[in-house]
Design a protein around this ligand. Sequence first.
Ligand SMILES: NC(=O)c1ccc[n+]([C@@H]2O[C@H](COP(=O)([O-])OP(=O)(O)OC[C@H]3O[C@@H](n4cnc5c(N)ncnc54)[C@H](O)[C@@H]3O)[C@@H](O)[C@H]2O)c1
Length: 392
Amino acid sequence: MVIKPKVRGFICTNAHPVGCAASVQEQIDYVKQQGALGDGPKNVLVLGCSTGYGLASRIVSAFGYGAKTLGVCFEKAPSDRKTGTAGWYNTAAFHQQAQQAGLYAKTLNGDAFSKEMKQQVIDTLKADMGKVDLVIYSLASPRRTDPETGEVYKSTLKPVGQAYKTKTYDTDKDLIHEVELEPANEEEIQNTIKVMGGEDWELWLQALADADLLADNCKTTAYTYIGKELTWPIYGQATIGKAKEDLDRAAAAIQTRHNDKAVKAYVSSLKALVTQASSAIPVMPLYISLIYKVMKEEGTHEGCIEQITGLFREKLLLENPQTDDMNRLRMDGKETNEATQAKIKALWDQVTQENFHTLSDYAGYHHEFLKLFGFDIPSVDYDADVNPLADW
Ligand SMILES: NC(=O)c1ccc[n+]([C@@H]2O[C@H](COP(=O)([O-])OP(=O)(O)OC[C@H]3O[C@@H](n4cnc5c(N)ncnc54)[C@H](O)[C@@H]3O)[C@@H](O)[C@H]2O)c1
């Protein structure tokens, strides 16, 4: 099968197995180039392990620290006629590399919010790995089925309190235009918290504790985006921000609840990057195209793998890491500092349909977007016939 990108709106509906493998390889190579990372986790559970920040966390754990990794993801398998999702191919490529390197890796594909998946993870840990010393919570999902009631909750991306009018960039139509986003009602806010808040993170830690699978001094982190004034109305202070605030509550609750094991639970704030999750958020493609421009000029541009390598090395794995006043680990300083934000704000105010492609790094954004699905990678021959089937 010859596979070319099929982009629909903010998503690409297919993926390239060879391209995904090349992009996983690139991340592994980056980690290996860092040399010895020192002492680290031995048994890592990564929830949301197949793309974006979760995949990078898994790669750093395995190839940076030699850890055994158990991953959970929600991906579609390929068939003879249809490609699998990028996360499927990334996972297949990760397994191939891990096997070659003699690293234990197992991945369970299914709904991480369900009781069944928690049980499968527990059974796998008991059979193969034993207690975990690091749990990464990196799920990004538009919906969640409550494991007790079966009710399905959907998250929304809306401002809170008042309507918000802003510039946005429509990647599909190549158009800068104004959007007015209506504020969420209370039910929409609560539903978003139910999906992207901390409840499921707490349930995971509780399930592991009940099965006696938390190692002493186990660390756990969930990822957040805090951002600044430009993104607050649609992120930090919006429905998704309310859900992320709930992670702060959950982190404190996890530490108190699992104090007997001296569990350390942190929310880690990462920088804005092109991932499947962020491309779906209004305003983010415009904002990210502008920060790519500014941060590349400043020499501070980073991708998922650089952010996560830094997080592990400089913060998460330290005994007493520096935190902000909410006990969060901050890796977003190069984006959110006043000087960088001022440059982005200046571009933001100037940007129009006419100057967008020169003022912003949309070319860089678009390249990264295609790369998420294994496309636009120079070393890959996209005219070649490839086998869409892959497994792990
Ligand atoms: N992308 C950014 O700019 C950014 C910035 C800071 C923080 N974050 C946060 O990082 C976390 C990960 O986001 P990402 O951007 O890497 O997203 P992503 O879309 O690349 O990854 C999401 C992962 O969750 C898995 N997943 C989704 N639903 C699932 C389910 N029901 N069961 C099992 N697995 C499921 C997917 O398979 C995938 O592995 C999120 O909490 C996000 O808010 C993202």
